[in-house]
Design a binder for this molecule. Structure first.
Ligand SMILES: C[S@@+](CC[C@H](N)C(=O)[O-])C[C@H]1O[C@@H](n2cnc3c(N)ncnc32)[C@H](O)[C@@H]1O
Length: 330
C-alpha cells in the first residue's frame, strides 16, 4: 500500500511544505479565498493537507468540520499541529488519497493545491474531478476555480546551455549526442524575464475546475515573428483564479512563486527574424501516474522555406534499454 501511494504522489520534505507556506503571494490568495468561502458551521474538505495549513485556517474561519486528507506521513505533523492549536475535535485527518475515501457528509468547500510547476501534474486533474463529482455538495465551492496556462517563445541561452552544453562540449573528446538527445527532450523549472520574450505570451489552455473532465491538453499556438532573436525554448506558466476576484500569477516579470516557470528547450536554437512564422503544438497526456509532454515546433520564413521542424517529447527523454522495455510490456 505504501509503495502504491508513493508512486501516485510526489513526497515532500517538511522544509518543502514550509516553503509553500512561506510563499506569501500564494498563501495570501488562498487565505482570502478560504475566508470568503467558509461560512460558520460549514464543512470543508482539504485535499493534500500536508502539514495541515488549510485545515487550520478553515477552523479559524468557522468551519464546523474539516476533513484533511493526505497520503504521506506529513499528516502526523498536521495532527500534532491541530492539537497544539486546539482544533483536534474539528479536524478529521484521513491518511489516504482523496480518490480512495468516502465521507459521511458532503463538503461545502473543497480546497487543494495539487499542482507542480504546472497544473498538469500527476493525478491533480482526475483527483479534482473525482472530488467535485463525489464529495462536493450541490452549490459547493472548489478552491481553486481555474488555472490558465500561458506559453511564449524565448531567447534563453543560459537555460538552454543547462540542457546541452556539457554534451555539445564533446567531454574528453567523445561524441555524447545520444545523451544530449535525451536531455533536450526533458523540461524543468527555468525563469526568464519579459525582455527574453520573442513573441507575445498566448493562452495555451484554461482549466476550469468546476467543469473539467479530461486531464489531457493539446493546443497549437502560432505567432508572426516581429523581432530578431535566437529562440532557445518555450516558457510556460500558469495564472490561478482561486475564487471570483482572487488571483495569483506566475508570469515572468512578477515575483517568483513556489511553482516557478517551466522551460521547454528546442532541439536546436532557431534564428528568428521579422516575417517568420513559428508554430508550437504543446501536448500533455496523463499516462499511468504522470504526464508525457510533447512539443512540436515549426518555423517558416517569409518565402515559405522551413527553418525548423522539431518533434520533441519527454517520451524520448527517458533512456530505456530494449531489455527493460521488453520486461515492462511483458
Ligand atoms: C503541493 S502539496 C500542498 C500542501 C498544503 N496543502 C499547502 O498548500 O501548503 C500537495 C499535497 O497533496 C498531497 N496529495 C496529492 N494528491 C493527493 C490526493 N489525491 N489526495 C490527497 N492528497 C494528495 C501530496 O502528498 C502533498 O502533500
Amino acid at each position: 500500500m505504501l509503495l502504491e501511494r508513493s508512486k501516485m504522489t510526489k513526497t515532500y520534505s517538511i522544509s518543502g511544505y514550509g516553503k509553500m507556506i512561506a510563499d506569501r503571494d500564494r498563501m495570501d490568495a488562498y487565505v482570502r479565498a478560504l475566508q470568503q468561502a467558509v461560512k460558520p458551521g460549514c464543512v470543508v474538505l482539504d485535499i493534500g493537507t500536508g502539514t495541515g495549513i488549510f485545515a487550520l485556517l478553515a477552523c479559524k474561519f468557522g468551519a464546523r468540520r474539516v476533513y484533511a486528507i493526505e497520503p504521506s506521513d506529513a499528516i502526523q505533523v498536521g495532527k500534532e499541529t491541530a492539537a497544539a492549536n486546539g482544533y483536534s475535535d474539528r479536524i478529521e485527518f484521513i491518511q489516504d488519497l482523496s480518490t480512495k475515501i468516502s465521507l459521511p457528509e458532503l463538503a461545502d468547500v473543497i480546497i487543494s493545491d495539487l499542482r507542480g510547476i504546472l497544473p498538469c501534474f500527476q493525478h491533480h486533474i482526475p483527483a479534482i474531478k473525482d472530488a467535485r463529482c463525489r464529495l462536493l455538495a450541490p452549490g459547493g465551492v472548489p478552491i481553486p476555480q481555474s488555472d490558465t496556462l500561458w506559453a511564449t517563445v524565448v531567447s534563453a541561452p543560459e537555460l538552454y546551455a543547462k540542457h546541452s552544453s556539457i554534451w555539445d562540449s564533446k567531454p574528453y573528446g567523445f561524441d555524447m549526442q545520444a545523451a544530449k538527445q535525451r536531455e533536450i527532450n526533458t523540461w524543468g523549472k527555468g525563469n526568464v524575464t519579459p525582455e527574453q520574450f520573442l513573441t507575445e505570451p498566448r493562452s495555451w489552455a484554461t482549466l476550469d475546475y468546476t467543469t473539467i473532465e479530461n486531464p489531457n491538453i493539446k493546443a497549437e499556438l502560432t505567432w508572426n515573428v516581429d523581432r530578431t532573436g535566437i529562440a532557445h525554448g518555450i516558457s510556460v506558466w500558469f495564472d490561478a483564479t482561486l475564487a471570483p476576484g482572487i488571483y495569483f500569477s506566475n508570469a515572468p516579470g512578477k515575483p517568483e512563486l513556489v511553482y516557478g516557470r517551466a522551460f521547454f528547450p528546442l532541439s536546436d536554437p532557431i534564428d528568428l527574424e521579422p516575417g517568420d512564422t513559428i508554430s508550437i503544438t504543446l501536448q500533455a497526456n496523463l499516462v499511468v501516474d504522470d504526464y508525457v509532454w510533447s512539443w512540436k515546433t515549426r518555423a517558416i520564413d517569409k518565402s515559405g522555406k522551413i527553418k525548423a521542424n522539431f518533434r520533441q517529447s519527454t517520451f524520448f527523454g527517458t533512456p530505456i534499454s530494449p531489455e527493460h522495455l521488453r520486461k515492462l510490456v511483458a
